[in-house]
Design a protein around this ligand. Structure first.
Ligand code: BES
Ligand code: MN
Ligand code: MN
Length: 454
């Protein structure tokens, strides 16, 4: 039996094991799930051992444990560092799931459940690919280091500390990550660019306490109105971000790259369908692909204040709040952008209110050339694993760790994405196409095998 036949023969076993992983509700943002986080870390550690990794350790951190394992028995062969995350987003709103979030279920060739695409399913692809290689040949044919964290969805707070303390140990010829998407079904993809992310929260405070809106309305400042007016001024009519200096450091797309990105087999019609709104929106003068992958944005993520309960309550609230974020592209500097954003917001607000502005997290954008020969190996492996032509894409999501690794270790970062843009990551009915899960195991096993063979 060859490698591919072996993987084919294990389909049911692989799927059942992934379901086991998905049943652990390892939601990183909620303290009530701490025991589940611990369970998920142990589960990963056990599977790494089964895949032939050694020195498998569960390192406690200030927040959630990090799982590390390695196999270094291929002198002269390349060393890859694989990174992924075992934590997931909360499943709420629960009533919008067709089948329960932590009871993985197959429907129409898709596996549904929180973490299927982001990122447990994709992590499992690599674990099973490594295990297949080990079982086929008795040992792993290349040097592998695996690091799976439990804090990605809350900003990877402890990860960088671990990397700094283990710089020597983590040295590798390439970083491999599967936490992204394919361009479309049947189009295996390598992502060479991600946007950065700054996240903010603003509190606008007016009256010393809530006020009767009949007694005070008309003379007292209303923080909700003031916040809403301020927010409305953050974009102009062409949907450009109206913060002075926001675009100053944006590297323009080269003609060549613009052409390459716009000629990818990407279907606007499918994108419109996934969005599901009556019409699209966005910055004038750029194609949708350019807007999503190469342009910075400012997005409101939440806005609240005043009375939100049943029925009516005539009140002028003392405070109003908003959460928002900026997606960043090369060569924007997160710290500089945070300063510009804060300054502009303070300028927009009238003297009748005060403002508490917080930067909750920052993260750099990433884009890198794919000229290193490892990318050709990856493309070939994807094409053999899926039997389809593979492409290079950029994406709009953020994995700040990739930038940090690229900056620090200066190694090629190979992002093999097996999710799809319409698989509802972070939303109800998250799923992964079984075709991509099984195809992913084959492609990744071939990738590691071909790397070892060179
Ligand atoms: N896997 C995603 C990132 C992603 C999604 C990259 C889609 C490319 C395409 C990751 O788990 C994530 O959700 N990242 C967050 C930022 C993080 C700092 C919380 C994001 O992009 O909002
Ligand atoms: Mn992810
Ligand atoms: Mn995520």
């Amino acid at each position: 039996m060859n490698l591919i036949e072996y993987i084919e023969s294990r389909r049911d076993e692989h799927l059942n094991e992934l379901k086991e992983f998905l049943r652990i509700p390892s939601v990183s943002t909620k303290s009530e799930h701490k025991p589940d986080i611990e369970r998920a870390a142990h589960w990963v550690a056990e599977k790494l051992r089964a895949a032939g990794l050694e020195n498998v350790e569960i390192t406690p951190t200030k927040m959630h444990p990090l799982v590390y394992g390695e196999s270094l028995h291929a002198p002269g062969k390349p060393t890859v560092l694989f990174y992924g995350h075992y934590d997931v987003q909360p499943a709420e709103p629960l009533d919008l799931w067709t089948s329960p979030a932590f009871e993985p279920t197959v429907r129409d060739g898709k596996l549904f459940g929180r973490g299927t695409a982001d990122d447990k399913g994709q992590v499992h692809i690599h674990i099973k690919a490594l295990e297949a290689l080990k079982n086929q040949t008795g040992k792993l044919p290349l040097n592998v280091k695996v690091m799976i964290e439990g804090e990605e969805e809350v900003g990877s707070v402890s990860l960088w500390d671990f990397v700094q303390r283990n710089r020597e140990r983590l040295k590798a010829d390439a970083l491999v990550v599967s936490d992204t998407s394919m361009l479309a079904k049947g189009v295996p993809s390598i992502t060479y660019g991600l946007r950065g992310l700054n996240y903010y929260q603003v509190e606008v405070a007016g009256p010393a306490q809530d006020l009767h809106s009949g007694v005070f309305g008309g003379a007292a400042p209303n923080p909700i109105t003031i916040l809403a007016e301020m927010i409305a001024k953050l974009h102009d009519r062409n949907f450009r971000v109206a913060i002075p200096g926001f675009y100053d450091d944006v590297t323009p797309l080269s003609r060549q790259e613009r052409k390459a990105l716009n000629s990818l087999p990407w279907k606007e019609k499918e994108f419109r369908k996934t969005v599901g709104a009556p019409a699209l929106d966005g910055e004038k003068g750029f194609t949708i692909v350019e807007r999503l992958w190469t342009r910075p944005t400012l997005e409101l993520n939440g806005i609240w204040g005043g009375y939100l309960g049943e029925g009516a309550k005539t009140v002028i609230p003392a405070k109003a709040y908003a959460k928002f974020s900026t997606r960043l592209v090369p060569n924007q500097d997160p710290a500089k952008i945070a300063k510009l954003v804060e300054r502009h917001i303070r300028q927009l607000l009238p003297k009748s209110v005060t403002c508490n502005f917080q930067v909750l997290s920052t993260g750099k954008p990433w884009v890198a050339p794919y000229t290193h020969p490892i990318f050709q190996t990856a493309i070939h492996a994807l094409e053999s694993g899926f039997g389809k032509k593979a492409v290079f894409i950029r994406e709009g999501g953020s994995i700040p760790f990739v930038t940090q690794m690229h900056d620090t270790f200066k190694v090629p970062c190979v992002l093999l994405g097996f999710g799809l843009p319409d698989e509802n990551a972070h939303a109800p009915d998250e799923h992964i196409a079984l075709e991509n899960y099984f195809g992913g195991i084959k492609a990744v096993a071939l990738f590691y095998q071909q790397l070892a063979a060179q």
